[in-house]
Design a protein. Structure first.
Length: 724
């Protein structure tokens, strides 16, 4: 029995409980919210209805009990299922677990399960969805609920309709359009166009569009119904394009055409910020607000600020914000790299030092240190530490002074020493820094990393030596993540036949025939493991159905595909790229050069003359032919004393606090594909859902799109699912 994330305690009993088509449910007033969520969740997955009854007659009951926050207990006997929890979030986790326990025949093993989270905050930072992606964003929240996350930080900025300040919305839309479409070289060129590296533009936020207040309220309520704490990020001081582009009079640098920072001593800055924040608070109704404050790269420039130190300016500004939010019973969190002490520990600098330089064009740039402001800040501010990868102890700068800390910009898949460092923090949040749609979240590796990290956020015990074990578990769990993101129901697969695989024939790549290799379900990996043609032998030319650099022609399908009564629901392309050298392309947030990574296009031609295109893209449908799933240790540049700065003990190169994946596209392809390794060759199984199963397919044509005969896609087999 596999439950993800793994529960704290599970004891399997004897016998099974079978859910009927009509389930008798007992809840009381204190568990009414949980009842509503249960009914909704089951309606999306099972053909079951619920009727209310008393405790003695029920098949399933909810009981509220005392205990740890978010804890829950599930007891299954042959007579009933009893779920108890301390709070609503506990019931949400219990429902997600119960969904995994129910088998296809609607039975559940008799068992006792007790569970509670290891970390108090298990979060994700998202940009707002564009209006057309609201439903997809909700499915992403469903994924996070399945993985038992409990915190969503939403970067709102200028994306929400502001009825009091519509000029802010107009300025935000114009700014995004300028950065993406008009500025030479796009967003990245924009950032280094000034005398300092300007703040990230985040033009991806709502894709430069505006969400109505009703849309934001609905999205937030959807998240809260899943038990999430929703934290709006209402940025102040830095990352304030959305304010300063509309009101240049508050900019710290009055001569900047695109100011990113407001003046902390200008009362108009606070008047505007507080007015905007109040409107957002009315819609979102948060208990915590993130005030941003990352990437503070300009301060002390204007006449008002010039005579003040960086410490004084930052402390004054944060305390003004703290006072505003405290009066509304709202706690604040903030990005805290500017508050890190720059003094080295064991020879490693953790924070930022004063910057004073002249660039190649003669432009002077000065940025003062601000870390001493920490001594003048209230201790109830939650610090978001994203410099954790620069030193082994950045969090101690804050915990030693009585602050609570979360790791920010957290990627569990490359984090080191979690077992030691996690003891000092409330938890962590993974930052997506992209639009919350399936393709972008998958391509950037976020969906796989969130799946991987969920295990050790929830249950204590992860350490670096368990990386491979946790990676294997995450690879199994990500299949369910895909189903949730794509809103697949169990009955969707019941309409399909088992997956069948076509291999190349003996005579040549176009002599296609069905080998009858069949297995139940849609996971082509299971099929290939059972096929003597593929399993345990090299994937060489004997098994190649098509190679685009050699056979850039139509793939003629066998007669089975041409039967008019057959509807083909999906196709699985079992392929690998053939590159002289893997493209030096990163799975970054912009990905403006993605067309260069396209290796081939599969053209699907229907009998009525219409067509569909499937782009075989490096990092999405396939990756390195010799994929490595491991990671490697990095080292810091400085030579540091081995122990206690004792010269007599010599020096060594200090290991970095994080790892580097050997293949940067691993998270992407492990989300979008299944992988099969035969000796040293990796094949990737990419499933394409046929949007027109009612149409007859004439042929599938594979075309090399790299314009390079040395780079191609090798197609080993083609799988298909038919409608019964």
């Amino acid at each position: 029995m596999r439950i993800y994330p793994e529960p704290s305690f599970l004891q399997i009993g004897i016998g099974r409980f079978v859910l009927k088509k009509e389930v008798k449910l007992y809840t009381d007033q204190s568990t009414a919210e949980a009842e509503a969520l249960l009914i909704k969740r089951f309606a999306n997955s099972f053909d079951i209805t619920f009727v209310k009854t008393d405790y003695k007659e029920c098949d399933l009951c909810f009981l509220k009990v005392s205990g740890e926050k978010e804890s829950y207990r599930i007891c299954v006997s042959e007579e009933k299922i009893e779920i108890s929890a301390q709070d609503y979030k506990g019931f949400v986790h219990a429902i997600e677990t119960l969904m995994q326990l129910v088998e296809k025949d609607l039975s559940v093993s008799c068992l006792t399960l007790q569970d509670a989270p290891y970390k108090r905050y298990r979060g994700v930072h998202i940009l707002m969805p564009a209006p057309e992606y609201l439903e997809e964003c909700k499915r992403f929240f469903d994924v996070l609920s399945f993985l038992k996350y409990n915190t969503i930080i939403m970067e709102v900025g200028g994306t929400m309709e502001l009825k009091r300040h519509p000029e802010v919305n107009r300025a935000w839309v114009e700014f995004c359009e300028t950065v993406v479409k008009k500025f030479p070289g796009g967003p990245q060129n924009f950032q280094w166009s000034d005398r300092y590296w300007k703040d990230s533009t985040h033009f991806e936020n709502a894709r430069g569009k505006i969400l109505k207040q009703e849309e934001v309220r609905d999205l937030v309520q959807y998240a809260k119904n899943l038990g999430f704490t929703v934290i709006p990020e209402i940025q102040a001081l830095s990352h304030c394009y959305y304010l300063t582009m509309a009101h240049r009079e508050i900019a710290e640098d009055a001569n900047d055409l695109f100011p990113d920072t407001f003046c902390p001593l200008n009362e108009e800055s606070y008047k505007l910020y507080f007015d905007v924040a109040e409107e957002m608070i009315e819609v979102i109704e948060p208990e915590i607000v993130s005030i941003g404050h990352d990437e503070i790269r300009i301060l002390g420039e204007c006449p008002k600020c010039r005579e003040k130190s960086g410490h004084e300016l930052l402390a004054y500004e944060i305390n003004r914000l703290h006072q505003f939010y405290t009066q509304k019973n709202i706690r604040i969190m903030m990005w805290c790299e500017t508050l890190l002490q720059p003094e080295p520990k064991y020879g490693i600098k953790r924070g930022l030092e004063t910057v004073d330089r002249v660039d190649a064009y003669g432009r002077h740039y000065h940025l003062p240190t601000m870390y001493k402001a920490l001594e003048d800040l209230p201790k109830d501010i939650i610090m978001l530490d994203w410099y954790h990868s620069r030193s082994h102890n950045t969090e101690e700068c804050f915990t030693d002074r009585g602050f609570e800390v979360m790791f920010g910009n957290f990627n569990g898949i490359d984090f080191g020493s979690w077992d030691v460092r996690s003891e000092r923090v409330l938890g962590a949040e993974h930052s997506t820094w992209c639009t919350p749609d399936e393709f972008t979240l998958g391509r950037n590796g976020s969906l796989f990393d969130l799946t991987f990290s969920a295990q050790f956020f929830w249950k204590k015990g992860y350490c670096d030596s368990k990386y491979s074990e946790y990676l294997s578990e995450a690879r199994n769990a990500v299949e369910q993540v895909r189903k949730i993101m794509r809103a697949e129901r169990a009955e969707d697969k019941q309409e399909c036949s088992s997956l069948e695989i076509l291999f190349a024939g003996e005579e040549g790549p176009f002599d296609v025939k069905a080998e009858g290799a069949v297995c139940h379900g849609s996971n082509a990996k299971k099929v290939l493991e059972k096929c003597p043609e593929m399993s345990g032998v090299p994937l060489d030319t004997a098994h190649v159905m098509l190679r685009t650099d050699i056979y850039a022609d139509s793939l003629i399908l066998c007669e089975a595909f041409k039967k008019p009564e057959v509807q083909y629901m999906s196709y699985s392309f079992i392929n690998t790229p053939h590159w002289d050298e893997s493209p030096m392309a990163d799975s970054n947030y912009y990905c403006t050069n993605m067309p260069r990574w396209s290796a081939a296009t599969h053209e699907i031609l229907y009998e009525d003359g219409t067509w569909e295109l499937i782009n075989a893209t490096y990092g999405i449908t396939a990756a390195d032919v010799h994929m490595e799933y491991d990671r490697e240790k990095l080292y810091l540049d400085e030579k540091v004393n081995e122990i206690d700065d004792d010269p007599e003990k010599g020096t060594e190169r200090k290991p970095a606090p994080h790892y580097k994946l050997k293949d940067k596209w691993m998270g992407s392809v492990l989300y979008f594909t299944d992988t099969i390794v035969c000796e040293d060759t990796t094949a990737y199984v990419y499933e394409w859902k046929n949007p027109h199963p009612e149409k007859k397919i004439v042929c599938i044509k594979c075309v090399n799109t790299t314009h390079d005969k040395e780079q191609s896609v090798v197609l080993f087999a083609l799988g298909y699912e038919r409608k019964l």
